[in-house]
Design a protein around this ligand. Structure first.
Ligand SMILES: [Zn+2]
Length: 382
């Protein structure tokens, strides 16, 4: 599986200047290449190369390989749209390949080509050091908030996905981010308080912006943007922790993971659509889902997608449709031993059972009524 590693370069002042000058030089060259390509209406990499390579080599302080990288960057950006001339910011990211970038993994250093010559032994830090041996392909040198990073592609071998009998069902909720059929609540209490607090700050900034002069307004906008960026980072870290713990526990118990398949939900039902939007609007669930997906794949854990209709209204015990009011599920079947229970937990148990059904339809007679779910049929209604 292909992943992108974020590698932070700990450059000293001299290295920092060299890296900065390199980006500026390369992007100036890109602007020249883009200009020629747009004027002559040649957008194919080979043709752009023919038109610009020697001039770029003579005019700019770039190595042969870096000139090729710049041509390829321009050709790539014209692939999307040929009607608008592409322009590049002076500190925009530039791709490096193994000819101009090498890692010394045991020393945790990197050496790369710059306009001031090859920089050797720049120390770096990376949170996923176990993926470093799988570095393959290009990296982008990126300048972000005063620091240099390499966004490096790695190709990690997938673990073989083992077949399983049982699934851990995950219900993404409103009060808790995720409740699993193991009975574990990945709570959002502190994060809700944190978000409410942030919301208050943002509203007060907005109130100030509404009554202020233009320059203050601009500062307020900047501040709001920075705050929401920080919130996004926090929610990504929380999602990382939750998905990691679910995948770890599934692997240890030799179970799969089942989640609701929401890919088509927007087009299937208008009514559900609205409730889902508000639900999803509260938390970045799509990020949590994608983290669960790739971590399962990396760890050889089977991931089952189940159809969402009725998951939150079906009783996990008797499979009849009951009532759900906010946090409480009530089974209306008088013969069932379940009266009231936590609605998210009940849903996670149903999702867990549906995982089994989707995985092995032939063995699903014991769940016969809900076995109809994946086929799009309604379960028994009383
Ligand atoms: Zn029941």
């Amino acid at each position: 599986m292909k992943l992108t590693l974020k590698i932070k370069l700990l450059s000293d002042d001299i290295q920092f200047k060299a890296l900065k000058n390199t980006l500026i030089e390369a992007n100036t060259a890109c602007n020249y290449i883009s200009n020629v390509a747009f004027k002559k209406k040649v957008f194919n990499q080979y043709k752009i190369h023919k038109e610009t390579y020697y001039v770029v080599k003579d005019t700019f302080n770039l190595s042969a390989q870096m000139a090729v990288r710049c041509i390829s960057k321009v050709a790539d950006s014209y692939k999307i749209d040929k009607k608008v001339k592409r322009e590049y910011k002076p500190l925009g990211g530039i791709a490096y390949d193994s000819r101009i970038l090498t890692y010394q993994i045991n020393k945790m250093t990197v050496s790369l080509w710059t306009v001031n010559g090859r920089l050797k032994g720049i120390p770096f830090i990376c949170h996923n050091t176990n993926y470093l041996p799988y570095i393959k392909g290009e990296a982008d040198l990126v300048f972000k908030k005063g620091k240099f990073y390499l966004f490096q592609t790695v190709e990690v071998p997938d673990e073989e996905i083992k077949d399983v009998e049982e699934f851990i069902g995950c219900d993404f909720g409103m009060t808790d981010i995720c409740v699993t059929s193991d009975g574990i609540k990945h709570s959002a209490e502190w994060i809700n308080t944190y978000r409410e607090h942030r919301q208050k700050i943002r509203s007060s900034i907005q109130a100030k912006a509404d009554t202020s002069k233009r320059s203050t307004k601009r500062n307020c906008r900047k501040l709001t943007k920075r705050l929401s960026g920080r919130e996004r980072t926090t929610s990504k870290i929380v999602n990382h922790t939750i998905s990691k713990s679910i995948v770890k526990s599934a692997k240890e118990q030799e179970k799969g993971i089942s989640i609701e398949d929401l890919t088509n939900i927007r087009f299937t039902s208008k009514k559900r659509n609205k409730t889902f939007r508000t639900k999803l609007g509260k938390w970045n669930f799509s990020d949590l889902r994608s983290k669960l997906e790739y971590k399962s794949k990396l760890n050889g854990v089977k991931l089952g997608l189940v159809q969402p209709p009725y998951t939150s209204q079906t009783c996990h015990c008797c499979k009849h449709i009951g009532k759900r009011t906010n946090k409480v599920f009530q089974c209306t079947n008088t013969n069932c031993k379940i009266d009231k229970m936590d609605a998210d937990y009940n849903a996670s148990l149903i999702i867990s059972l549906l995982g089994v059904v989707v995985n092995q339809p032939e063995k699903s007679t014991m769940y016969c009524s809900i076995a109809l779910h994946p086929l799009g049929l309604k379960p028994i209604r009383i």
